[in-house]
Design a binder for this molecule. Structure first.
Ligand code: PMP
Length: 402
């Protein structure tokens, strides 16, 4: 008998299974609203023009080679990424209390962060929002965390943040617990706390000695303004928290498969940096030795050059505005159709996703009868909508609800 015979087949990963089902579907009206990737109004992926230009410049630069990067990545990339999230005038950067290490996109940043928290800081308890990006649970459980909890976040009946529930659940967390917070554009709900609410979250976390781990996968992509999208992280730093931030450049640079990410460490004192940096180096060395250079070179070239950076800022404005337009259009079409219910949450949410409030039966109906693919939680990727298919989708949602 094969030694592999005892391996049981695991469950499918919903988002990838849906994309495959979409590819296999021959219906010409099919729409993919599942996977979190940007699409233009023509429904195709977008290589940001500034990214394309930079790729060409790098490819034709004779001095660029394919030697290994250092274990913790490309320094001009990690410093630019750290500055992007903490701000050019960050006191933590000025005082040498903050630094970054390059990671395999946002997922890799979370995995390295989890490993560091578990093995170096003896953390075993983590709290993530309910709902959250489904990989949070897997990453922390694969790392060895055995105490995994969710805190309330989404109020399904009101289709808004369950802020009191969130505070009540965080209040139950033991001192030292790791709290995963979405820096902006919460995935999957598209609902972020207000600045006033962030202040209350910070008060509670300070009082209860909870450890903030910010997941920042959408900076700039959410509002079109990277400073605005980093407000919560910067506020926590200004309050004196020690924290970790996991950055992804998948969405805001459209570099999905290039796996450009950064883990930023904010410490109370510069004196802990050498030891923390060395342990992160050892963790990465044992996991994958060193990160890929391609995406990091592009991000670094763009962020470190004022003219290119401005072009990038124009691109993220363009992407976020298109998403906002789709939000208004979808809401307006549902209202015009007289679809039962209130659809204002679609325009009040931010970022790539909308938690529509559609239930599992309605989702099944949309997939089966209308070839519109979305997660069973009712989450849709707004970028999958465009002027060519929005009427079709609105009418299908209307039919699903009525
Ligand atoms: N966190 C959240 C909340 C996300 O939505 C994503 C992307 N789906 C990630 C992290 C990580 O993505 P990546 O590894 O592609 O950077």
């Amino acid at each position: 008998m094969s030694i592999y015979a005892k391996v049981e087949k695991g469950p499918a990963i919903e988002v990838f299974a849906l994309t495959q089902a979409f590819k296999d579907d021959s219906n010409q009206n099919k729409v993919n609203l599942s996977v979190g990737a940007y699409r233009t109004d023509a429904g195709v992926p977008w290589v940001l023009p500034v990214v394309r230009k930079t790729e060409i410049a790098i490819a034709s630069d004779e001095s660029v080679n394919h030697e290994y990067l250092p274990v913790t990545g490309l320094d001009p990339f990690t410093s630019a990424a750290t500055e992007l999230v903490l701000g050019a005038d960050s006191i933590a950067i000025k005082e040498n209390r903050a630094f970054g290490v390059q990671t395999i996109s946002g997922t890799g940043a979370l995995r390295v962060a989890a490993e560091f928290l578990h093995t170096q800081l003896n953390r075993n308890e983590v709290f993530y929002s309910n709902p959250t990006w489904e990989n949070h649970h897997k990453i922390f459980s694969d790392t060895g965390f055995t105490s995994l909890h969710s805190y309330r976040y989404w109020d399904q009946s009101k289709r808004q943040l369950d802020f009191n529930g969130m505070l009540a659940d965080l209040d139950q967390a033991p001192p030292g617990a790791v709290i995963i917070l979405h820096a902006c554009a919460h995935n999957p709900t598209g609902i972020d706390p207000t600045q006033e609410q962030w202040k209350q979250i910070a008060d509670l976390m300070e009082h209860k000695k909870l450890f903030p781990l910010f997941d920042s996968a959408y900076q700039g992509f959410a509002s079109g303004d990277p400073d605005r999208d980093a407000w919560a992280v910067r506020y926590f730093v200004s309050r004196g928290f020690e924290l970790l931030t996991c950055q992804s450049f998948a969405k805001n640079f459209g570099l999905y498969c290039e796996r450009a990410g950064n883990l930023t460490v904010v410490q109370q004192h510069a004196s802990t940096k050498a030891a923390v940096h060395s342990q992160l180096t050892l963790i990465i060395r044992g996991m994958y030795s060193n990160p890929p250079a391609y995406g990091a070179r592009i991000v670094s070239a763009v962020l470190n050059n004022p003219a290119l950076r401005q072009e990038w800022m124009d691109c993220i404005k363009q992407m976020s505005s298109r998403i906002r337009e789709m939000r208004s259009l979808l809401r307006d079409k549902l209202v015009a159709l007289g679809t039962p219910g209130n659809w204002d949450h679609i325009v009040n949410q931010i970022g790539m996703f909308s938690y529509t409030g559609l239930n599992e039966n309605q989702v099944r109906y949309l997939i089966k009868e209308h070839h519109i693919y979305l997660l069973k939680t009712g989450r849709i990727n707004m970028c999958g909508l465009n002027t060519g298919n929005i009427e079709y989708v609105a009418k299908a949602i209307h039919a699903a609800v009525t």
